[in-house]
Write a protein that binds this ligand. Sequence first.
Ligand code: CA
Length: 238
Amino acid sequence: MRVLVIEDEKRVAGFMRRSLSEAGYAVDCAYDGEEGLHFAQTTIYDVIILDLMLPKRDGLSLLKSLREGGGAAPVLAVTAKGTVRDRVTGLNSGCDDYLVKPFSIAELIARVRALLRRGSPQTATLHIGDLVLDTTAHRVTRAGRPIELTPKEFALLEYLMRNAGQVLTKTMIEQHVWNYDFDSGTNLVEVHLSHLRAKIDQGLHPPLIETVRGVGYLLKEVPAASPCESHRRISASG
Ligand code: CA
């Protein structure tokens, strides 16, 4: 999931970037309203965090231009203004939620998750066969056994699971799971996918991650296993 932070206070932006990256999101930062609008109009983001008081172009005017141009990404407005009137203005201008500074990082991440769930028919827990990914608890299990993933592997798996049954190209994966600091000349996608595949599929049937030669990758769409089926499989494999 890719997040854009538009915030002119470098310290606050850096803090949000670090915390969101640790939570597994790919984060880009823009430091004024014009740069922010440019990023938002040229890249597909899953959530945009928008400070309302910005140099060059203020947050509400940025939001208006973004919405007029068809930009539909959920927007979490962040501001020091906390009066009821300001909140109403913000919500009427097309932002989806509102966070008043100072805020805790736990609250920021909870709001981002809530917006991701609202943006598309997304649920907190994803199931593919006997593979289960819990986005809230940040936990993955297969056939009932916990699997330890790095934040990047987790983000990669979440993206694959949300798009199960579709072939995802390396570029699509890069755009959703990495940020602009990512050098697309590298083979990081392949490396992370092979690590992920080793953790998810090794010794288990059916293998879920498929390579579509010359095109990309696919997470097979298999119906969610019922709890007793998973249990039987564990018993059968000893
Ligand atoms: Ca500001």
